[in-house]
Write a protein that binds this ligand. Structure first.
Ligand code: SAH
Length: 194
C-alpha cells in the first residue's frame, strides 16, 4: 500500500487521541488530586511511552534517519492496521467519557473520586488501556519500520505490565470491598476472557 496513506493513518491516531483527550485534561486540571502515586518509575515509563508513540514515529515520518530499519508488511496486515484505528479511537473516546472526572494520565485519586462500573467499564476494568493497545498494534502495522513500528507496543506494554497491578492495589486501598466486588464481576482487559 502507498506508504503515505499508512502515515496518514498514523496521523489520524495522533490527532484523534489528542482531540479526544484535550477537554478531559483541561477540565480535570481543576479537579484536585488527593492521592498521587506519580513516582519516579511512573514518570520514566510515561516518557518511554511518549518516545515510542510519538518521537520515534515522527522521526520515521519526517526524516530518513530510521530508513535502515524499513520493511514491508503484506497489504492485508496494513489494511488491518487501518481498520483497527476505528475501534481503537471509539473505545478511547468511550472510556474517557465514562471515566469523566476520575481520569488522569498517571495513578491518582481525585477529589470526589468514585468507582465507575458502567458503560465500557461494565465488562472490563481497563478499557482505556485496551484502546491504547489497539492503537499501538495499529501503529506497528502502519509504520513498517523495525524501530518506529513496534516501539509503541513495546513501551506501552511495559507501562501496562508495571502499572496495572499497582493501579488495582491503589483502588482497593481507596475503595476496599466496593472495588473488590467490582473486580469479581469484570475481567481485566479482554471481555469475558482475561
Ligand atoms: N485503567 C483504566 C483507567 C486509566 S486512567 C482504564 O484502562 O480504563 C487511570 C486513572 O483511572 C487512575 O488514576 C485511577 O484512579 C482511575 N481509575 C481506574 N479505574 C477506575 C474505575 N473503575 N473507576 C474510577 N476510576 C478509575
Amino acid at each position: 500500500m502507498n506508504p503515505l496513506l499508512l502515515k496518514i493513518g498514523f496521523f489520524v491516531i495522533v490527532v484523534g487521541t489528542g482531540i479526544i483527550r484535550y477537554p478531559h485534561e483541561k477540565r480535570n486540571k481543576a479537579n484536585q488530586v488527593t492521592t498521587d502515586k506519580k513516582k519516579g518509575l511512573e514518570q520514566l515509563l510515561l516518557f518511554f511511552v511518549f518516545l515510542g508513540m510519538m518521537i520515534l514515529p515522527m522521526l520515521y515520518i519526517f526524516t530518513n534517519w530510521l530508513s535502515f530499519a524499513d520493511y514491508q508488511l503484506p497489504v492485508l496486515w496494513q489494511v488491518l492496521g487501518l481498520v483497527l484505528i476505528v475501534p481503537g479511537l471509539w473505545l478511547f473516546y468511550r472510556s474517557h467519557y465514562d471515566l469523566g472526572r476520575n481520569w488522569s494520565v498517571s495513578l491518582e485519586i481525585r477529589e470526589g473520586h468514585n468507582i465507575v462500573n458502567s458503560g465500557v467499564y461494565k465488562l472490563i476494568r481497563h478499557p482505556m488501556y485496551l484502546a491504547i493497545f489497539l492503537l499501538v498494534i495499529a501503529q506497528a502495522l502502519l509504520l513498517n519500520n523495525y524501530v518506529a513500528g513496534p516501539a509503541g507496543l513495546l513501551f506501552f506494554g511495559l507501562l501496562y505490565l508495571l502499572r496495572v497491578g499497582r493501579e488495582e492495589k491503589m483502588m482497593i486501598q481507596q475503595f476496599g470491598e466496593e472495588y473488590v466486588a467490582y473486580m469479581k464481576s469484570t475481567k481485566r482487559i479482554i471481555p469475558y476472557l482475561l
